[in-house]
Ligand binder design. Sequence first.
Ligand code: SF4
Length: 474
Amino acid sequence: MDFILVGHNFENDVQTAIQIFFPNRHYYRADKIPEEGFAVKSVLAQNFVGAYFYINGKIENEFTENIDSKNDSDFKYYLKKAVFNVLSGFTKYTPKWGMLTGVRPAKLAGELLKSGMGYNEVIECFKQKFYTSHQKAELALNIYNAEREILLRNKPNDISIYIGIPFCPTRCLYCSFTSYPIDYNKADKYIECLEKELDFIKNVVKSKNICSLYVGGGTPTSLNDKQFEYVMDIINEKFVLNNTKEFSVEAGRPDTITKAKLLSMKKNNVNRISINPQTMNQKTLDIVGRKHTVEDVKNVFYMARENGFFNINMDLILGLPKETIYDVKNTMEEIVKLSPESVTVHTLAVKRASALKEKLYSYNLSEADEMEKMLDICADYSKSIELEPYYMYRQKAMLGNFENVGYCKKGAESIYNIEIMEEKQTIIAAGAGASTKIYYPETDAVERIFNVKSVDDYISRIDEMIERKAKMLG
Ligand code: SF4
């Protein structure tokens, strides 16, 4: 797909708008309309914006508008709007989030409310300005309200901690995270370095209140029982967790969860775990390379219950290869029987770093209307077990340009999930690929400190990782 910019240089905004309608393509900036293939030309002139769509050099649709704007943010909005309209007109399709492509629609809803708009005015603004559907505008507002309840409890001295364990038993087809097949020798070295980094963090946070602590990955439970218990123990030795409201562990892959690991977590005050089936259909689990069964998910879930875990999240992905709405219904029926305290429903995102991107064209991935039905099915089943939406984010390259939504029972909201999304609290992160966010309430700004992604680099450059933090955290 080629795109031509005339009178401006807002390449990203134009490309993002094209991606809504033509995802998973290569996009090339061109100087003239190509004789073959699809192309979008966007034009910005004084008081005028236009977008034109071509196929094989022939114009198929156009959208033009007179504007009265002076700043870049307005120009970007009108250009995006023009491209959105020209492609929406040609495809006869209006995505449910309209031209909104941002990660946090709930944040936008909050900003509009704070600007003095009422509930209905915000909904109208989403619909009129961004072409969002009524249902999605309401979702953004409801999530904003749910998140706000949690965020209002933040005290100035509160911080959160993230600890990354980037190992997994195998790599899922759609995975784009920092994750490596488990190698126990390497994991030993990794834990040694992690401990060094945690020792540094311990001193930084000693006068702070650790409000939430999240051990994620990868799949932390990929470590063997001894390594896992060691990590749990050192976390408790190094940090004062008396007032910590949430201590979450990503126990994602059921084939990595053992009774010993559940007991280590229990002993160390973990009060929320994630057991992530992604789907409850065996044929899909086999396709995406998760080497466990649906039965494993159920057995591990009941084992966690028997061992005292009463805040269990389950992650699902909609739009996995060859799944239909009937498969999603089946998944949700099985989930409802288990009745977890929260379910996080993801829309499949085809990321550049995933094996799925390579094999994309051998799968017939779901179209937007089918994705919408799948999302509605999940919302309905979640509601049937009293799970309400409480947090949401969107990513690039999601099928149908939809969203990821966390549903939970009242009181089972993941504080960490909200904090990471809303960026109103400092989160200090340790491990390969972890990124620390320092929040400055006076300016409402966030500064980031990144750790290197690869495990080998993390091990060989651990002192440098600590140095990077020391420079900014003192
Ligand atoms: S379990 Fe998660 S982190 Fe691990 S390979 Fe699968 S998607 Fe990636």
